[in-house]
Design a protein around this ligand. Sequence first.
Ligand code: ADP
Ligand code: MG
Length: 374
Amino acid sequence: QIHEGEMLRKKLHNQILELKGNIRVFCRTRPLTDEEASAEMPNGAPTISYTSQGEKSGKGLQLHVATNKQAKKRSSSGESCYNFDFDRAFQQDASQEEVFEEISQLVQSALDGYKVCIFAYGQTGSGKTHTMIGNSDQPGMIPRSLEQIFQSGEKMKEQGWDYTISVSMMEIYNEEYKDLLSKKKLPAGKQHTVKHDQKGKTTMTYMTDVKVTSMEKVESLLAKAMSLRSVAATQCNEHSSRSHFVFRLNIDGANQSLGQNVNGVLNLVDLAGSERLSKSQATGDRLKETQSINKSLSALGDVIMAINNGDSHVPYRNSKLTWLLQPCLGNQSKALMFVNVAPSQESAQETLCSLRFASKVNACEIGTAKRFVS
Ligand code: ADP
Ligand code: MG
């Protein structure tokens, strides 16, 4: 006898199954700051506009880039206009709640035993941390995902499911893993290593993994991780934008009456800033950071493209990030990337780079049109 709930779960399962191996990309534009708004074009033409008609509604966007960099006013110079199409394009006024609604199914699938990755990609200041973590008034994807997981886990108890959830939080800086839930130094000569077994179960040496049963507990751990991260920030300028932050939930589910066990993983990743640094800035430590970031972000792009292309070899080993996430990035798993962008003309060139990267991993840029405004 199958419960109604169990049927619903199966249906959901199937819907999600269709998305398998398919990396979705959601673009999110943050609002203009007051300062940016006053520097923008007086003719009112926005840097980013949206396709609001037909099938493309909510998916297409246009980026307008002034071709004459000296001319702050776009109305007095030419502009290039680039069209992009994603699975979803959120406008500046999209709330955290609206955004979460679009990923909640994906989050749910981690409870069903899927391995899930959700990334935030974009230049520093584009809204990655806001999207992932947010603040107490506007909680982001991490707190909302947890709330849903705890609530659904509780509901599924009625159907005989029992979940054990644990969390680890780490950052990857200069191609090294760092535990954000422990202040202890690693034993001399030791480092964090990552292993995956046949079933895609990941183990990491010396990495703190805390069993959690409530939102409050995770929130306090998240605060702890953030403070450990900001300690490093004072030692190294803008450290947080130079490292990847990985929030990782391991979800073990058991149902005795069904005789089933599931292991799901939910990774929520706030990536390092994707901005290109000018050559003059990139010396010494900065050069090393820049090379590490470039290496891992391009490795991530390469891995996603290889998966999308169905390549027999996927180059997971090319970076610490892709190696850690290996079982969660591939045909058996589900991934989604937010490409966060700022809406100002000042950021337009970086925005173009971000959108191009995102459309490469999503494989749906729809051509480049050129238009001149007089
Ligand atoms: P990043 O992590 O990409 O460097 P942040 O998330 O820190 O960027 O965002 C930069 C600033 O913009 C922050 O002050 C943040 O609060 C604000 N911000 C970003 N996205 C939004 C949004 N969707 N709504 C309101 N404020 C936002
Ligand atoms: Mg940030």
